[in-house]
Design a protein around this ligand. Structure first.
Ligand code: GLU
Length: 285
């Protein structure tokens, strides 16, 4: 068997915190224990929020923790054309549509729905499912959008995608075994945003495949996203990695750490005198 390939894939849209340190160290250790490789991937498709300075800080924090990764590091913003190619494959299968609704239109629609007896369905992260332009706009309004230069996102027609991929999708979760995937829970996910020619889901499955990732070890916050990833992998004929979703590091109120919270950022901890060893001890590693 080829040696396993692990990756840590942070987004430099804020400073790394203890939760990132936990995930990065777990990946590094798993690679070492299993005679595998450890890759770092910079997920910076959001070129506004992900700045060169934050990226530099991120690399510095990871080096300070004592981590080593292979170079060159894959930076998603340098590979938009590869995601566009995958998107074209899905388009050719008739699975992609232009979604024009503005934030204000969507917000108004959800407010109306939630005021009714049956609140609009939510995805596993709690966000309302995209309603589809035809649910919100009249035929004339839809035509006006299509004839205009208004920006649009590209979305996956989830029902059609599941029909094509088959509903028997699953993944192998470490310590648990086979998990039934439920991509329908996410509705018509975004494949390319209005301001970016790709999306998190699309670029992550393309990159995991291109980089030969065999083991995706990441936080439990992305557990349900795996359903969408398995669907896209199946449609695009990409290999299926092993998955393991580790516990999240929580703050003292039991909430997930945020990049905006200063007290758990690795920079702040370092500035207040913490050592990499203390960080590992605090994380129980
Ligand atoms: N870039 C994602 C994040 O920072 C992680 C993606 C992944 O591990 O699949 O949350």
């Amino acid at each position: 068997m080829n040696s396993p390939v692990y990756r840590f894939a942070p987004s430099p849209n804020g400073h790394l915190h203890l939760g990132h340190a936990y995930s990065a160290i777990l990946n590094d250790e798993a690679a070492k224990q299993n005679g595998g490789r450890f890759l770092l991937r910079i997920e910076d498709i959001d070129t506004i929020r992900c700045t060169p300075q934050l990226q530099e800080d991120m690399l510095e924090d990871l080096k300070w923790l004592g981590l080593h990764w292979e170079t060159p590091v894959r930076k998603q913003s340098e590979h938009f054309s590869e995601y566009t190619k995958a998107l074209a494959q899905l388009e050719a299968m008739g699975l992609v549509y232009k979604a024009y609704l503005t934030r204000a239109q969507i917000k108004r629609f959800f407010a109306e729905q939630d005021a009714s007896d049956t609140p609009w369905p939510r995805d596993p992260d709690g966000a309302p499912l995209y309603p589809g332009d035809d649910n919100v706009l009249s035929v004339q309004e839809q035509q006006a959008f299509q004839n205009s230069a208004a920006p649009y996102a590209l979305r996956l027609n989830m029902a059609k995608a599941i029909e094509l991929a088959g509903s028997a999708l699953s993944w192998n979760e470490a310590h648990q075994g086979k998990i039934q995937a439920d991509p329908a829970a996410w509705g018509d996910v975004v494949l390319a945003r209005k301001d970016t020619p790709t999306s998190y889901h699309l670029s992550v499955v393309v990159d995991d495949s291109l980089q030969g990732i065999t083991h995706v070890l990441r936080g439990k916050d992305l557990y349900h996203a795996t359903s969408v990833h398995r669907l896209l992998q199946t449609l695009l004929d990409l290999p299926e990695p092993h998955y393991e979703h580790h516990d999240l590091i929580l703050d003292e109120t039991g909430r997930k750490l945020a990049k905006s919270a200063k007290d758990t950022s690795l920079r702040e901890l370092r500035a207040s005198g913490a050592t990499p060893l203390q960080i590992r001890e605090e994380l129980g590693l």
